[in-house]
Design a protein around this ligand. Structure first.
Ligand code: FE2
Length: 280
């Protein structure tokens, strides 16, 4: 393991400015905007507005590990269920198989530079289990509560590693990530899983609350890659500024480790690929 790997093990995150070009960032944002514009809101409205909202939302969410799904900001609707702004400005994120199903995101996610970084960090057996495009739109981009990514992509032992790409400058004012160097040297607190009868729940593994003490804003420029250890507590605040804070993320796990059958994200129809694997 090289110097980068040692720093990652020590801090629980790495900040790599200039990892991708501004043109790459623009291409991903344009692609996400295009996907948003093609979203058929009329056809999907029932998913978000029926009396069975939680169940249907759960079904839509649970299927999203193998497709390209759209998730609204919590505050996108008024009390009558009407959107408060254009639909393409109402999404929180797109997920969770962009890296497999969309050619632009596939190319970005499997670029050789990323495989080389993973290898440098000793992640030779890691595969990409999830991708997300996060909009964090101006003024409505919501809070992401303090959490550990390994809660949502659980393996035994823990192996989740995230790659977070700033597609625009991220500052405290528009909702950048917050974390504490060394914060990953702790236990996993919770695990998110599928209930046998449908829906999801959180299992408490360690009742000790996560602390946000000593956390610092990870203010980065467009094109920066932040690598996040799966046990690193992190959060982001609402975007109250007039500028969006778009990001693309990949989450990876070690393919050699046990991945429980009741993890929320299950892949049955799509293969799970490593960084360098070709699309099949
Ligand atoms: Fe996260």
């Amino acid at each position: 393991m090289g110097a980068l790997g040692r720093q990652f093990q020590q801090d629980g995150f790495l900040v790599l400015p200039g990892f991708c070009t501004p043109a790459d960032c623009d291409q991903l944002m344009q692609r996400a905007a295009g996907l948003s514009a093609s979203f058929d809101y009329s056809g999907q409205a029932s998913i978000f507005q029926t009396n069975e909202q939680s169940r249907t939302s759960d079904d839509y969410f649970l299927a999203s590990g193998e497709n390209i799904s759209f998730f609204f900001e919590k505050d996108a609707f008024d009390q009558q269920g009407q959107l408060l702004q254009p639909v393409e400005k109402s999404f929180n994120k797109i997920g969770h198989a962009l890296h497999d199903l969309d050619p632009v995101f596939n190319d970005f996610s499997h670029q050789p530079q990323l495989g080389a970084l993973a290898a440098e960090l000793g992640l030779m057996h890691h595969v990409i289990i999830q991708s997300m495009f996060i909009f964090k739109h101006a003024r409505i981009g919501g809070i992401v509560d303090l959490h550990q990514d390994a809660s949502f992509l659980y393996t035994e032992p823990a192996s989740c590693t995230g790659f977070w790409f700033a597609l625009e400058d991220a500052h405290a004012s528009n909702g950048c990530l917050w974390a504490r160097p060394g914060g990953h040297l702790t236990s996993l607190r919770q695990r998110f899983y599928r209930l046998p009868g449908g829906g999801t729940a959180m299992e408490t593994l360690d009742p000790t609350p996560l602390s946000d003490k000593g956390m610092i804003p990870l203010e980065v420029e467009k094109g920066t890659c932040i690598v996040l250890h799966g046990l690193l507590p992190h959060y982001s605040l609402p975007n109250i500024s007039g500028k969006s804070r778009q990001a693309y993320t990949l989450h990876t796990i070690d393919s050699r480790y046990h991945y429980p059958a009741d993890n929320w994200l299950q892949r049955t129809s799509l293969p799970v690929r490593g960084f360098g694997a070709a699309l099949v």
